[in-house]
Design a protein around this ligand. Structure first.
Ligand code: ADP
Length: 168
């Protein structure tokens, strides 16, 4: 089984996946991208890497029983996609507290309000493989329990249950 845990930056993917009980191997893709240099260039202005998605796909080719955590994980070949969500104003606060520039925090909050990652996940994998988890009022441990429940087959697929458009 291959599982993607995706979501707008700041939804808590890195933190929640540190608390999982699943037997799957957990891959924090950002670390792998840096270690294995799976990027085409460094975008100095945005302080980010331009990820080579084909190289990432190749790196994970044939790897089974894995859970990949990344805001790009829904672009990979997986069986199940968990999309972490967060109310945009709370997301903006989380990103500011993490030390991100105001413009970046705002940009990600707007993207979250517009359901960007959720829409891409449904487009790429179909609604029947997508599981949305609202992290806004959950602890990282609580979010991890929800992800574990999806992996264990204890949850029904869900997409579009939250409405964050009030932020816009
Ligand atoms: P991501 O990996 O999705 O970019 P992080 O795990 O880095 O997100 O979390 C972003 C920030 O929000 C961090 O500062 C983290 O401490 C905080 N955070 C993560 N999960 C939660 C949560 N469930 N509730 C409140 N704050 C959280």
């Amino acid at each position: 089984m291959r599982v993607a845990v995706t979501g707008t930056p700041g939804t808590g993917k890195t933190t929640a996946t540190e608390h999982l009980e699943t037997a799957l191997d957990v891959v924090h893709l950002n670390d792998v991208i840096k270690e294995e240099e799976l990027y085409t260039e460094r975008d100095e202005a945005r302080d980010s890497l331009v990820v080579d998605v084909d190289a990432v796909r190749e790196y994970l080719d044939g790897v089974d029983d894995v859970l990949v955590e990344s805001h790009l994980a829904h672009y990979l070949d997986v069986d199940v996609v968990v999309v972490l969500r967060c109310e945009p104003a709370a997301l903006e606060d989380r990103l500011s507290e993490r030390g991100e520039p105001e413009a970046k925090a705002r940009e990600n909050a707007e993207s979250e309000a517009l359901d960007g990652v959720l829409i891409q996940a449904v487009e790429n994998h179909g609604r029947e493989h997508v599981y949305e988890v609202d992290t806004t009022d959950r602890t990282p441990e609580g979010v991890a329990r929800e992800i574990d429940a999806v992996v264990a087959g204890e949850r029904e697929p869900s997409a579009g249950d939250v409405d964050f458009t009030g932020y816009l």
